[in-house]
Unconditional design. Sequence first.
Length: 288
Amino acid sequence: MEKDYNRICKAAPEFQNIASLKDFMITRALVNSRIFGIKIDGVEDDSIVPYADMFNYKYMSDMTHWTFSAESNAFVIKSKYPIKAGEEIFVYYGNKPNSNFFQFYGFVIDNNENDEVCLKAAISPSDKQKLQTARKETAKRKFKVSAKTKSLQFEQLMSYLRFVVFEGPSEELKSLKGAKDTFDELDIKAFSKENEEKAMMKLMKMCKDSLEKFPNTLEEDLELLKKDSLTYNERNCIIYRAGEKRVYNFLIQLATDTVEVLKGKLKVPEGDSKAKAYFASIQHLLAD
């Protein structure tokens, strides 16, 4: 938000006399917490709908569905089943992480399966070969990933890590990158056990480094949540950070299991649907 505020003030200096950064952040949060995403003539847009923004949210609720009706030229909320007199009507905001819920709506969901973390990866400054191949803006990257391996974000992260940890001749490096100009378009699948193990070790270190920055553990957070003396905001903050720790722990366990599987010391774990897509993507390596 601060970056957006500074961009506006740079383009229109008089804006800072109209609204301070605090005013801008409060106003934007109020607007963002009330907008509905819709499509009009196939174009995605946002809308503010009086009264409709007063419906409360309910996690995974299938009670209602909203859309823009071209036929009536209006925003329409439809119930998916009969609603009894006096029954509260809920809406579902979609699959969002607690970082979005907390920032824009002022609440969080416990055990939110859509929680995500921001992981930063970069090409080593001493790796001249890769730096020459990479664009300046893609020598460092940020990835928002959840505890779901069947996602574009996770696939992009792994693709980048395979490139970052690659050790080999420049010809092979160029073939990995192919004709792609940016890492946003890069799509490097798992191509060797050695490289995949290094990529997973890199992922493990990134997650462990991030976990160490927290003042306490997930287990300690869960104990804190048992206290009745917590304020609403304190409880929200603990649930929020606990969700991030669950994602880090999942990724660490995934990396640990992958290394063991690649070394032939462990069979592919069964029953974990969140990791299933990843292990399916490296099946060709395990067949060797």
